[in-house]
Design a protein. Structure first.
Length: 101
C-alpha cells in the first residue's frame, strides 16, 4: 500500500512479486506528481522485486530531472542491493523532524 504524505510516499505491507506491478504504477504516479522521498519503514515482507521497483522509480524520477531519496530501508532490501552491487544508487534521505498529527 502507498500513502501520500506531502512530498513523501509511505510504502507499507508486502512488496513482493505478487503485488509489485500495482505498487510500481501507483508509485510512478506519485513520483510524477512531485514525491521526493519514499519511506519504506512499513514494509513487512519483500523480495528482489522490491529492489527492481525502487530502481524503476529512480529511473522515472531522473527522467524528469528530479532526485528521489529513500528512508527506512529494510535490512533485507539493503542486503539485496549490496548483493546486486547497486546499494550506492539508493540515496538515503536525511532524517526528518518528527511530525505531530
Amino acid at each position: 500500500m502507498i500513502v501520500r504524505d506531502g512530498d513523501r510516499m509511505v510504502v507499507s505491507g508486502a512488496v513482493t512479486l505478487a503485488g509489485v506491478a500495482a505498487l510500481l504504477e501507483q508509485g510512478r504516479g506519485q513520483i510524477y506528481d512531485g514525491v521526493r522521498t519514499v519511506d519504506l519503514r512499513g514494509v513487512t515482507e519483500l523480495d528482489s522485486s522490491a529492489l527492481a521497483m525502487l530502481l524503476a522509480w529512480l529511473r522515472d524520477a531522473r527522467s524528469r530531472n528530479r532526485e528521489l531519496a529513500f528512508s527506512g530501508l529494510p535490512d533485507g532490501l539493503t542486503a539485496i542491493a549490496r548483493l546486486y552491487g547497486v546499494a550506492e544508487l539508493l540515496t538515503v534521505a536525511q532524517a526528518e523532524p518528527a511530525r505531530h498529527h
